[in-house]
Design a protein around this ligand. Structure first.
Ligand code: FAD
Ligand code: NAI
Length: 468
């Protein structure tokens, strides 16, 4: 029987990063993945394919809506070739997942393909596709089994017309009308893909705003911008049934007044969150405690109730984000090596890759108000930037929230072109506990979208924005 210092179950961004860091720190490491490709949800059916389709559909939208104004005439009709678009996306995924295999080889990590389940606290059975089972021994085990799409109890996902994100990433036709249940990250990103490609897209959201976890000003600005793109929104609507009749999906929902509203569409994307995935793991055999939702319970060291078993990523509490899972993978590896790593969960940024992009880190205004913190606000609109006018991406703003007494930056909320990349500046600043004045005194290249960060910081330090 093969024996390891560490066995990682699951090869998503949590699992594969944990494995690499363990190997870097000199531990003999194995990784177990039930699918034939590595990379988990993120690389196979999440972050990477969704961004590939967002980019392709963005190019198409630019071509049909903006090229003419830029002085680019294309003779003949510009058409979507969905088959090629999906094939390109798959090419990007394949290249990326092969990259993880390369990294495993480079770091001398043994990869086992099959379903990993606990035999006991130091042994994992690996059930392979050919039906055979192999058992490995490990001093330490990291559970990184991720998450799966959640649904509503009365919805039957048929994977054809009533679908989750996984199917939405490989549709064979452009829907005529796609109903999206859930105005969160998946609903908006994939809803925008199909809207750009020509579908009518209607979002039904239970709460009174989209992207409800983010600062309310971002929800409002994003919805305004997406409405300009002709996406439709039904907020404060409680979906009560989803049924399929032939190629039609009928959705009923109760609106704010309690009246029933009926929607019909040819596709319904259910995007109401994700749930931790521990099916088949046989956690009981090792004595690992799960909560009612199947989430693995961990302490601040991400250690389960069994001292040599740890858990990371979507399968434990906290934001379901790839970069959060990666930090946790590193934390566990370094803990096992005797180091004292730390994660500041307040500084894990959140990003929505719609256009305009949305990005945030730290506290929202709602959170600061609730905590009774006295704060000041500096906000700067993208439309006042030369760079934004040059590219015609003028929607959005950067908002900095700083402590009213100390000027320490407490939260940064952005919407606009390329803010997914800009947010890194805010994370860096907050990691070093910068004040708004610190940011305002840093030189920002001109012309860039980043100038909005400097201007918002100037605004926060006493209404000193220069270009408005
Ligand atoms: P996962 O990536 O879910 O990986 C878990 C792996 O474990 C899977 O490969 C699974 O097959 C395997 N596994 C499970 N059980 C077993 C078992 N018993 N034996 C062996 N293997 C097992 N996050 C971002 O930060 N940015 C984004 O842009 C983004 N976009 C997304 C878009 C979509 C459409 C979706 C669905 C998600 C997106 N996410 C994004 C979320 C991100 O994908 C997850 O937060 C991330 O993948 C979690 O990583 P993980 O390692 O915890 O788990
Ligand atoms: P989500 O939690 O972002 O959004 C779900 C939305 O559905 C919420 O707005 C919620 O209020 C709404 N909802 C819940 N029940 C409902 C009901 N009965 N009727 C109508 N609306 C209802 O979850 P989503 O979009 O499914 O994404 C899952 C996870 O994947 C997220 O937690 C996110 O972290 C991750 N992800 C991250 C991305 C990124 O970082 N850019 C992209 C895509 C996914």
């Amino acid at each position: 029987m093969s024996s390891y210092d560490v066995a990682v179950i699951g090869s998503g961004p949590g699992g594969y990063v944990a494995a690499i860091r363990c190997a870097q720190l000199g531990m003999k490491t194995a990784i177990i993945e039930k699918y034939s490709t590595l990379g988990g949800t993120c690389l196979n059916v999440g972050c990477i394919p969704s961004k590939a389709l967002l980019d392709s559909s963005h190019h198409y939208e630019d071509a049909i809506k903006h090229f003419e104004e830029h002085g680019i005439d294309i003779p003949g009709e510009i058409k979507v070739n969905l088959k090629q678009m999906i094939a390109r996306k798959q090419g990007v995924v394949d290249q990326t997942t092969k990259g993880i295999q390369f990294l495993m080889d480079k770091n001398k990590i043994d990869v086992f393909e099959g379903i990993g389940s606990f035999k006991d606290a130091t042994h994992v059975n690996i059930k392979k596709n050919d039906g055979k089972t192999e058992t490995i021994e490990a001093k330490n085990i990291i559970i990184a089994t991720g998450s799966k799409p959640a649904s509503l109890p009365f919805i039957k996902i048929d994977k054809e017309r009533i679908i989750t994100s996984t199917e939405a990433l490989k549709l064979k036709e452009i829907p005529k009308h796609m109903i999206v249940i859930g105005g969160g990250v998946i609903g908006l990103e994939l809803g925008q893909v199909y809207k750009r490609l020509g579908a009518e897209v209607t979002v039904i959201e239970y709460l009174d705003r989209i992207i409800p976890g983010m600062d309310a000003s971002l929800s409002k600005e994003l919805m305004k911008s997406m409405k300009k793109g002709k996406m439709k929104f039904n907020l404060s609507h409680k979906v009560t049934s989803v049924t399929r009749k032939g190629d039609e999906v009928i959705i009923t929902a109760d609106n704010k007044k309690g009246e029933e509203v009926v929607f019909t569409a040819d596709y319904c994307l259910v995007a109401v969150g994700r749930k931790p995935y521990t099916d088949g793991l046989n956690a009981d055999a090792a004595g690992v405690k799960l909560d009612d939702r199947g989430m693995v319970e961990v302490n601040t060291h991400l250690q389960t109730n069994v001292s040599n078993i740890y858990a990371i990523g979507d399968v434990i509490k906290g934001a379901m984000l790839a970069h959060k899972a990666e930090e946790e993978g590193t934390l566990v590896a370094e803990t096992l090596a005797g180091q004292k790593p730390h994660i500041d969960y307040n500084l894990i940024p959140g990003v929505v890759y719609t256009w305009p992009e949305v990005a945030a880190v730290g506290k929202t205004e709602e959170e600061l108000k609730e905590a009774g913190v006295v704060y000041k606000v500096g906000q700067f609109p993208m439309r006042a930037l030369g760079r934004a006018r040059a590219s015609m991406d003028i929607d959005g703003f950067v908002k900095i929230l700083a402590d009213a007494d100390t000027d320490e930056v407490l939260g940064v909320h952005m919407i606009g072109a390329r803010v997914a990349d800009l947010i890194a500046e805010a994370v860096t600043a907050m990691e070093f506990r910068a004040s708004a004045e610190d940011i305002s005194r840093m030189s920002h290249a001109h012309p860039t979208y980043a100038e909005a960060v400097k201007e918002a910081a100037l605004a926060a330090t006493g209404d000193r924005a220069l270009h408005i």
